[in-house]
Design a protein around this ligand. Structure first.
Ligand SMILES: Nc1ncnc2c1ncn2[C@@H]1O[C@H](COP(=O)(O)OP(=O)(O)OP(=O)(O)O)[C@@H](O)[C@H]1O
Ligand SMILES: [Mg+2]
Length: 338
């Protein structure tokens, strides 16, 4: 599809530029011709024939001008012909370069979309084939009630994962489309973070992780959508819990400076390798280490990035493999873009 677009655009650019240069050359030729060229020399010759110019010197000078004019016009015509002939080769080459430059961002988006569709299909296929396989085995012969319960429980777990994946994808799509699907309101960030910690309490306590939250001295509110802000901090704190081994430590700090609200989540978990740090905000990207240890889709941080960009803010990671990770979110005090 893009190959056809590339050929069409190259032809279009070539025709356009050649037309421009040719029109310019023809215009230039006729203008010079009218002003100093053949028409002028013809005039001179005519005047000379009717004897308008008196004296030897005047005649010679006029003849010289007439001949020089003729020669100059022939030279100009030849130069323009050679130049425009050369342009027949140069312009298509330039058009190809220009087309490549024009289409590179389109190609990148196209490749990303293709990769996205293939990642989604892959993520959907795995739980679906697990469910289908388990059900087929269960139906091959009569089973006990507990065996049926086991299959149904496992299928329900896979269905929950699928629902989670689809919800995350929908969330990302809505943000991509720039749909502000909820009204902005004043949100207390201390409350949001406390709420997220409460939801995740069971999870970090099970791993005997010590989690500390240091709120700011004053209450910090931001204009935004509570569900999005909850999702943002949930994804970050959830990661900190998941990627920190048992008996680990997580520190959360909320503070402000002149213009921004800053939230730092620091853990002493497995850390992220430098080559992965650049990629973890990409959709479906997971570091190999995490892939082998815990289940996930690689969408959490991509969602955080999209939410933060809605607020004109930033999210940064600093991490040392085997030592821990700090995620810093910076949101302008003014809140969400309208
Ligand atoms: N605190 C952290 N410590 C170590 N690695 C992390 C941390 N946070 C993120 N990562 C790495 O970044 C990757 C991407 O994180 P992200 O939250 O986007 O996806 P995920 O946790 O793998 O899956 P999910 O979609 O369920 O959130 C993770 O797979 C992990 O490799
Ligand atoms: Mg995650």
């Amino acid at each position: 599809m893009l190959k056809v677009a590339r050929i069409k655009l190259t032809i279009l650019y070539s025709i356009l530029f050649l037309f421009m240069f040719w029109a310019f050359s023809i215009g230039l030729y006729f203008w010079v011709n009218n002003s100093f060229g053949e028409s002028y020399t013809a005039q001179v010759k005519e005047q000379q024939q009717v004897g308008e110019f008196e004296g030897e010197f005047a005649d010679k000078e006029k003849i010289f001008i007439a001949i020089a004019g003729d020669i100059a016009m022939v030279q100009l015509r030849n130069t323009l012909l050679i130049l425009n002939g050369g342009l027949l080769i140069i312009i298509p080459a330039l058009a190809m370069i220009l087309t490549r430059k024009t289409l590179t961002p389109v190609q990148q988006i196209y490749e990303q979309q293709k990769q996205f569709v293939s990642d989604v299909s892959h993520e959907l296929r795995t739980p679906l084939s697990i469910m289908s396989g388990e059900m087929e085995i269960a139906l091959k012969k009569n089973r006990t009630t507990s065996e049926y319960i086991q299959v149904i429980t496992s299928s329900r777990q896979e269905l929950n994962n699928l629902t989670n994946l689809v919800e995350n994808l929908l969330f990302l799509t809505r943000i991509d489309q720039g749909k502000s699907f909820l009204q902005s309101e004043k949100v207390d960030l201390t409350d949001v973070i406390n709420n997220v910690i409460a939801i995740l309490q069971e999870k970090y306590k099970k791993k005997k992780i010590t989690l500390k939250f240091k709120p700011a001295d004053e209450s910090i509110t931001i204009s935004g959508q509570i569900s999005m802000l909850r999702q943002l901090f949930f994804n970050i704190i959830d990661n900190a819990i998941i990627y920190t081994p048992e008996n680990g430590k997580i520190d959360i700090a909320l503070s402000t400076n002149m213009n921004n609200i800053i939230v730092k989540v620091t853990d002493n978990g497995i850390g992220i390798a430098p080559q992965d740090q650049k990629k973890i905000f990409e959709r479906f990207y997971r570091a190999d280490l995490s892939r082998s240890q815990v289940k996930g889709y690689g969408l959490g941080l991509a969602i955080c990035q999209s939410i933060v960009s809605l607020y004109n803010g930033s999210i940064n990671i600093s991490s040392h493999l085997g030592k821990g990770t700090t995620v810093t979110v910076c949101l302008p005090k003014s809140g969400k873009k309208s």
